[in-house]
Design a protein around this ligand. Structure first.
Ligand SMILES: *Cc1c(COP(=O)(O)O)cnc(C)c1O
Length: 386
């Protein structure tokens, strides 16, 4: 029996891996200590668990333990990175470069910074969703303090080349930040090789719990300084006060450890299923287009336009398949996706687009079922629209 509805929205969130849940449990009950309590073993046990999680996360992205700051998720990590850099470095310059296709957590934080006097350049992307490194180079001024480019796009899965951006940034003494929420745990992410100075990640996109994430902050070459955005007890080296979410952090650590050993096999299997899905629609339905680079993308996503069909009508018709048009954050609004628009899609094709995001629990049976149900619905809707 298939689990119903079939879940094809792993980019919005993932179920918690049972092994992650198992290691979290004791930290709610018997090992409930506050990691900041230095005077008894309850505190020390929690502190040891936090240290281990820091190592597990650092290992996955080739960072050092001391470079990991725990947050309530990627959104908070992004806010801390952007606002934290701006507050410290605005004496040096007020210019930030980012991309039109970023997640709303980046775009909305940039809007707030604009109100505070920041000048933001939003780089365009081509039809494939890729930035132009020459355009980036031309955008840099003497006032530029930060370049923020996401690793993998949440709507299309398109990945940007990190290394060339990092080289440009570092030549000019500019900090390079990346929202890697959709890349970590799915593809190789290496803060040394990629040259990333600030990196954001989230547990619930990689089979960990919701409400916990981390910010990687480079400590040398260059050492990045940040202004804290939450004040209090001085936790996390003064950068993020507040009692640590010990069970959540333990879960994030375990999720990273599992991804480190299993993501390559998972990626192979998941991308095979994605290919099966794409080909079935493209070959059998006609007028189906893949949005974004097929060369540079994470293995679990495909964003498809089905010409002549409204995506929201299609999704409503498919009650037993959990799908999204774009990001969970914007699918409440009826605006066409800002990501697809930036890639030059017409409004009509944008409204005809669906994001399929698969995960490690996606089975071939589910994909076969989804192909048959979706194909049937599309043929019906196209008939009605004739
Ligand atoms: C989900 C997501 C976020 C937000 O992460 P939360 O942990 O839910 O705050 C930010 N950026 C990208 C690319 C995402 O996919």
């Amino acid at each position: 029996m298939l689990k119903s509805p079939v879940y094809l929205d792993y980019n919005s969130t993932t179920p918690v891996d049972e092994r992650v849940l198992d290691v979290m449990f004791p930290y709610f009950t018997t090992k409930f200590g506050n990691a900041a309590s230095k005077t008894h073993s309850y505190g020390w046990i929690a502190e040891d668990a936090i240290k281990q999680a820091r190592e597990q996360i650092a290992n996955l992205i080739n960072a050092e333990e001391e470079e990991i700051i725990f947050t309530s998720g990627a959104t908070e990590a992004i806010n801390l990175a952007l606002k934290g850099v701006y507050d410290i470095y605005k004496v040096k310059g007020n210019h930030i470069i980012t991309v039109t296709t970023e997640h709303s957590a980046v775009l909305d934080t940039c809007k707030t910074l604009e109100k505070k006097g920041a000048v933001i350049t939003y780089l365009s992307v081509d039809r494939e969703g890729m930035i132009d490194i020459q355009e980036l180079k031309n955008a840099i001024t003497a006032q530029t303090i930060l370049i923020s480019v996401m690793y993998a796009n949440n709507e299309t899965g398109v990945t940007q080349q990190m290394r060339p951006i990092a080289e440009l940034a570092h030549e000019k003494g500019i900090i390079f930040m990346s929202d890697a929420t959709q890349a970590v745990g799915k593809i190789r992410v290496d803060v040394i090789e990629d040259g990333i100075d600030l990196l954001c990640l989230s547990a619930h996109k990689i089979y960990g719990p919701k409400g916990v994430g981390a910010l990687y902050v480079r400590r040398k070459n260059p050492k990045v300084r940040l202004a804290s955005q939450i004040d209090g007890g001085g936790h996390e080296r003064g950068l993020r006060s507040g009692t640590l979410n010990v069970p959540g952090i333990v879960g994030l650590g375990k999720a990273c450890e599992i991804a480190g050993t299993e993501m390559w096999d998972d990626a192979k299997r998941i991308s095979t299923l994605r290919t099966q899905l794409e080909h079935a629609f493209i070959d059998n339905l006609g007028n189906v287009f893949v949005n974004g680079s097929q060369k540079y993308r994470i293995p679990n996503v495909t964003n498809l336009s089905f010409q002549g069909v409204k995506a929201d009508t299609l999704i409503t018709a498919l009650k037993d398949i959990a799908l999204a048009t774009g990001s969970a954050c914007s699918s409440a609004s009826m605006e066409p996706s800002h990501v697809l628009k930036a890639m030059g899609l017409s409004d009509e094709l944008s409204y005809s687009s669906i994001r399929f995001s698969l995960g490690k629990y996606t089975s071939e049976e589910e994909i076969v079922y989804a192909i048959s149900k979706i194909s049937e619905a599309i043929l019906n809707l196209r008939k009605i629209n004739l």
